[in-house]
Design a protein around this ligand. Structure first.
Ligand code: MN
Length: 252
């Protein structure tokens, strides 16, 4: 249990974090609002994904809030390492895989490098895109985001899962039972309009091609180990309390 001072400090950080997060979010939304008309990957716009058309590569998008904004559910050290090192590595790996395949095409690398580069492309590309959904799918606890989905998302959840509680139970079961590293994803299959929970291993395995992730919960140990060690279920429960339902609903 934190001491009284710890609690006071934590509340101060949360207060500061809340204001900073709101400002950061406004700045971010000003440059990275999804376009209904432009190209998207998984429903995310080029700006949201950090696409740099001038250099024809991806750059790591900034966090939409300060690293401390998700405390106490997710500590600032975890958020910093996760974003600045892990997510950054996927962006770098995606660019490297694309560059490597270009080298195969023009003969600077042997064709035998293709399989490895294709695996890198799938792993890092899926890793990058899912992490953008992960960061944007959470909102600081001090924000006034609804802790319940707005319609039409709530109606769709009731229709496809029975209730929000039933979705939560299925989602937690999927997240908690990912073998090794992976994700639980609330996804929309756009043609049927059906919502589904998808359980991904690593970033790219067990995925359902073409569905749009509305929310993604990262259950790699790097997402929670500093605070939760092996208690993944506690982390998943805390993550559910951070969900930005407005973001999820905006992606319907
Ligand atoms: Mn991760």
């Amino acid at each position: 249990m934190p001491t009284a001072l710890d609690r006071r400090e934590m509340l101060q950080f949360l207060g500061v974090g809340g204001v900073a997060a709101a400002l950061a979010r406004l700045a971010w939304l000003g440059t990275a609002t999804a376009s209904a008309d432009g190209p998207t990957v998984a429903g995310l716009s080029p700006a949201e994904l950090g696409w740099d058309p001038k250099h024809s590569k991806y750059v790591l998008p900034p966090l939409p809030y300060p690293t401390s904004a998700l405390e106490p559910a997710i500590d600032r050290h975890t958020v910093r390492i996760h974003h600045d090192l892990h997510h950054a590595a996927y962006v770098k790996g995606l660019n490297a895989a694309i560059a490597g395949l270009e080298k195969v095409r023009d003969g600077r690398l042997p064709a035998s490098a293709t399989a490895s580069l294709e695996r890198d492309l799938a792993f890092n590309g899926s890793g990058h895109f899912l992490h953008v959904v992960y960061w944007r799918g959470m909102t600081p606890v001090t924000d006034n985001a609804p802790r319940q989905p707005p319609n039409p998302l709530l109606d769709a959840i009731d229709r496809d899962f029975g209730s929000l509680d039933a979705l939560g139970t299925q989602f937690a079961a999927a997240a908690n039972s990912v073998e090794g590293s992976g994700w639980a994803i609330l996804a929309l299959e756009p043609v049927s309009g059906r919502l589904m929970v998808v359980q991904a291993e690593r970033h790219q395995d067990l995925d359902v091609a073409g569905v749009r992730p509305l929310l993604a919960c990262d259950v790699w140990e790097h997402a929670y180990y500093l605070s939760y060690q092996n208690r993944r279920a506690d982390y998943v429960k805390a993550w559910m309390g951070l969900v930005d339902w407005n973001f999820a609903a905006s992606r319907m």
